[in-house]
Write a protein that binds this ligand. Structure first.
Ligand code: UD1
Ligand code: CA
Length: 459
């Protein structure tokens, strides 16, 4: 049986190069914080336990990342990565004979196919330490890997490096597997006599080398996974990589994406087979899209559920809503939170809905606002219909029962109920309930002056 291991994720630093009030590792890429991405990846390796070292904004981190498998360790002062690991001393001591995977929390692109071989290589060789390097065209900012003849290793941090050393393209990735016992005895030897005045975890590599412990190095063949996101440009670049990965995965699962360059789909979004995504579509949050849907250009969906065979036409925005199967929405429609479009209905041009249930087979084709409204099945809402749901103090409900026909240009002043199969004449301002199967018209009589235009001209 494989021996279990622990995981330790370092996430206590503020990330000053981000110039943000928000903690660096809580910044999100495609709907997921960088730290969550690292946690999710590590979790898939099934460690016995995951520890996260927290410091800056620890409460925020603990609130956002909490899961039963994760425990938090508090690093009161951020004195460096070695000091961060040392904060976990107590918990590590209990599992001395095991290994620990230590990983920086700012590596959102790391994958299990990179971490798994590192762990198995470490176990196979019985190493004290196995760490990961990468060869980067632009190694700026990373610790550089220095190798001496007797297979000993040393990392020189960017700040400490001579200009010759800065030219080295082999860098330290920030991913390590240690034998806990050896890690714990080496850590106290790390000093902070360096330019940053920090305890560098990377110094442990040199210390263990000096002690002639068995050290392994694995150079990743996926250097793009190793970007430690230290500033906003690197954040944007990481997003680009994750975006590409997400779209690739969707296409492999049977989704058509016309223009991957302009398509943004958050990491947690699910999309069914044979759905077609046209260019410039954005789908965010925990959205779920069914099979055989068509999403036309500039559709923007946030935290919503879309059933099978739904058509969403151009420039439509959908927030926290549900669209059931075979419905059609847009172009230029806006579904605001808590809207439910039941199956087979049609919501057309410049229609806005909020907190509204729109019954099966109902239609609102043009220029309409329905707010706090319950519409039953097979209702026809004429162009320019507006629910007056707000009286300046409170919101009120409008009920439109099955089979109702609302004429164009109607205002429905809530609270109000339109009974089953009733008709409302165009241009009415309805303030009282309408009985089932009645016709309600509220408008003044039309007057007509014969020959008026001719007489006006003579004047
Ligand atoms: C670190 C490595 C560097 C490597 C690079 C890879 C050190 C000294 N250097 O540099 O060799 O090439 O990662 O990306 O380790 N943290 C704490 N507590 C602290 C300080 C940092 O928890 O006291 C956490 C940070 O939140 C971060 C991680 O450790 O998630 C790494 O710290 P960071 O400052 O980003 O290190 P780098 O300068 O990038
Ligand atoms: Ca970093």
């Amino acid at each position: 049986m494989k021996q279990g291991f622990l995981a330790l994720i370092l996430a206590a630093g503020q990330g000053t190069r981000f110039k943000s009030k928000k903690l660096k590792v809580l910044h999100t890429i495609l709907g997921k914080s960088m730290l969550q991405s690292v946690v999710d990846c590590v979790q898939k390796l099934k460690p016995e336990k995951i520890y996260i070292v927290v410091g800056h904004q620890k409460d925020e981190v603990m609130r956002k990342i909490s899961s039963p498998e994760v425990s938090f360790i508090f690093q009161r002062k951020q004195l460096g990565t070695a000091h961060a690991v040392l904060s976990a001393r107590k918990d590590l001591k209990k599992e001395k004979e095991k290994n620990v995977l230590v990983i920086n929390g700012d590596l959102p692109l790391i994958t299990t196919s990179t971490l798994r071989p590192l762990l198995s290589f470490h176990r196979r060789k019985g190493n004290s330490l196995t760490f990961m390097s990468a060869e980067l065209e632009n190694p700026t900012g990373f610790g550089r890997l220095i190798r001496s003849e007797n297979n000993s290793f040393k990392i020189i941090e960017e700040k400490e490096a001579t200009s010759a050393q800065k030219k080295i393209k082999d860098i330290n990735a920030g991913v390590y597997v240690f034998k806990i016992k050896d890690l714990l005895q080496a850590l106290p030897e790390v000093s902070n006599l360096n330019k940053k005045g920090e305890y560098y975890l990377t110094d442990v590599i040199e210390i263990l080398s000096r002690q002639e412990k068995k050290i392994g190095l694995q150079k990743t063949s996926h250097p793009e996974e190793i970007v430690g996101v230290n500033n906003r440009l690197e954040l944007a670049r990481a997003a680009e990589v994750l975006r590409g990965r997400k779209i690739k995965k969707l296409t492999e699962e049977g989704v058509t994406v016309y223009d991957p360059q302009t398509t943004w789909i958050d990491l947690n979004v699910c999309i069914g087979r044979d759905t077609v995504i046209h260019s410039s579509v954005i789908i965010e949050g925990n959205s779920k899209i069914g099979n055989n849907c068509q999403l036309y250009p500039f559709v923007h969906i946030i935290d919503s559920r879309v059933g099978n065979r739904v058509k969403i036409l151009s420039s439509t925005m959908i927030e926290e809503s549900i669209i059931e199967e075979k419905s059609q929405v847009g172009p230029f429609a806006h579904l605001r939170p808590k809207t439910v479009i039941r199956s087979g209905s049609k919501v057309g041009n410049f229609v806005e809905m909020k907190n509204t249930v729109f019954g099966p087979g109902s239609k609102a084709g043009h220029l309409t606002y329905l707010g706090d409204c319950e519409v039953e099945e097979k209702v026809n809402i004429g162009a320019g219909t507006i629910t007056c749901n707000y009286d300046g103090l409170k919101k009120h409900k409008t009920y439109i029962e099955a089979g109702v026909f609302i004429g164009s240009g109607t205002e429905l002043v809530a609270p109000v109920r339109i009974g089953k199969k009733a008709y409302v004449g165009a241009g009415s301002t309805i303030t009282k309930d309408v009985k089932p199967e009645a016709l309600a018209v509220e408008r003044s009589q039309q007057m007509e002056k014969r020959g008026w235009a001719r007489k006006r001209k003579k004047k």
